[in-house]
Design a protein around this ligand. Structure first.
Ligand SMILES: Cc1cc2nc3c(=O)[nH]c(=O)nc-3n(C[C@H](O)[C@H](O)[C@H](O)COP(=O)(O)OP(=O)(O)OC[C@H]3O[C@@H](n4cnc5c(N)ncnc54)[C@H](O)[C@@H]3O)c2cc1C
Length: 416
């Protein structure tokens, strides 16, 4: 990270030269106590200025990479700078698993949980819902541990880096399990409007991918089924007989194993393989969440606007996320469907297409992903309307009265 001056996608240049990489909790405490303004950086996969600061940027990637399992409590404490690619195999080797992962295992646990990062599955909450405790380094360098049962954890588990630097995270575990992944091709898009919730409920995790290249057909439906709960139905499509990539024109090498071959959860729940090093991203991403019950109306609105996305869109992915009770969560009190877009990397090309998509979803009270690009007033509206944001602000004023962990992103939005 030291020497690194931009986020993964390269669209955000950090505003500071003061980048620190502490190698221990004690070093981290010293760095934070000695700084006036601090932001934590995980693996830098956010697409906006959420990480940015003109103060001190603290990378968590040098912190100890330790995973300690407490089998009786069914939880593990892990270094916040560790990636899911690092944590997953260590948990599995000891007989344990997480309920879900994001699409990319190369993201840090601290960064993913801080932003509401999610995978898919109507029964799966965002990754922060697995958090049963955090160890926070506060502005004065002191350590605060918040554990399950403490109401403040509902603010601290998903805190946008705005309460302190998280050094360790406790994660709830379940016994390890295998997942079989297969892909359906050419499922009619009419299924999404007519029977979308059933389709999205037909396996542990379902993702719909489309480039809108074939009118009336999805490119692919990715099904990640726990082996004890097989996927159901083929939904008018056909089962792929060779591995595919979410973007049909790309080779499948980077994608996790398919064709229904069972394997450990951490090798199937992400779309992309841990041993495939993702190139520095030639893409931007946006994502909006609406109520799952609105899928039947939201999907036709999105489909209608598809011609206006051409040239900017690389691929759209539709996923689901269970409701939760975390104060800053976009899924708070609302089971959600996510409209994620991987765009080309040129913001000038993306801007009008993104605006068209945002307008199409506007009637459905969309809530944007904290870590992705958003051009409309949706994020401001969510902050304004959310009672959770008010609870979070009160917590932040208590834990960080001198506003050490504030940056322009959270200030602009009024989160702090
Ligand atoms: C290719 C790609 C695929 C993606 N796939 C998904 C997906 O499937 N689902 C999804 O929801 N999102 C996805 N994202 C978005 C991604 O999960 C988020 O950007 C997430 O924040 C990445 O974690 P990070 O460690 O890179 O966080 P960073 O970008 O480094 O940081 C994000 C925020 O977290 C804070 N933070 C980081 N570490 C700590 C810490 N230890 N203590 C306190 N605050 C901290 C930072 O201050 C900042 O506010 C994807 C992004 C990319 C580039």
């Amino acid at each position: 990270m030291s020497g690194v001056r931009t986020n993964w996608a390269g669209n955000i240049a950090y505003s500071t030269g003061d980048v620190r990489v502490p190698a221990s909790l004690e070093e981290l405490q010293e760095v934070v106590a000695g700084a006036t303004r601090v932001r934590a950086a995980g693996s830098g996969h956010s697409f906006n200025d959420l990480v940015d600061t003109d103060g001190t940027l603290v990378s968590t990637r040098g912190l100890p990479r330790e995973v300690e399992v407490d089998a009786e409590a069914r939880e593990a404490v892990v270094g916040a700078g560790m990636t899911y690619a690092e944590v997953g195999p260590l948990l599995h080797a000891q007989g344990w698993a997480l309920p879900n992962t994001g699409s990319l295992p190369h993201i840090s646990v601290g960064g993913a949980t801080a932003t509401g990062t999610h995978g898919s599955g109507v029964g799966n909450g965002c990754l922060a819902t697995s958090v049963s405790g955090v160890e926070l380094v506060m502005a004065d360098g002191e350590v605060l541990r918040l554990r399950a049962g403490d109401d403040d954890l509902r603010g601290a588990a998903l805190a946008l880096g705005s309460l302190g630097v998280v050094s360790r995270v406790w994660l709830r575990l379940e016994p390890t399990y295998d997942v079989a992944q297969d892909v359906l091709l050419d499922v009619p898009t009419s299924v999404v409007a007519e029977d979308g919730v059933a389709l999205m409920s037909s396996a542990h995790s379902i993702s719909l991918f489309t480039t809108f290249g074939t009118p009336g057909r999805l490119d692919s439906v990715w099904r990640k089924a726990r082996v004890d709960r097989p996927a159901t139905g083929t939904w008018g499509g056909r089962v792929a007989t060779v591995p595919v990539h979410p973007i049909p024109r790309l080779p499948a090498d980077a994608a996790t194993p398919q064709l229904g071959v069972p394997g450990p959860w951490h090798e199937r729940l992400p779309h992309f393989r841990a041993d495939h090093v993702p190139s520095v991203g030639d893409e931007l991403q946006s994502e909006m969440f609406v109520a799952l019950e609105d899928l039947s109306r939201a999907w036709p609105a999105v489909e209608a606007v598809a011609p206006r996305l051409a040239g900017a869109l690389q691929v759209m992915e539709v996923r689901t996320i269970a409701a939760d009770d975390l104060w800053l969560s976009p899924f708070r009190d609302r089971a959600s469907v996510a409209f994620h877009v991987t765009w080309v990397s040129d913001l000038d090309v993306v801007r009008p297409a993104l605006a068209a998509l945002e307008a199409a979803l506007a009637p459905f009270d969309p809530r944007p992903h904290w870590a992705k690009v958003s051009s409309g007033p949706d994020r401001e509206r969510f902050v304004e309307a959310s009672p959770g944001v008010r609870d979070f602000r009160a917590l932040a004023d208590r834990l960080d009265p001198d506003r050490c962990f504030v940056n322009p992103f959270v200030e602009r939005l009024g989160v702090r």
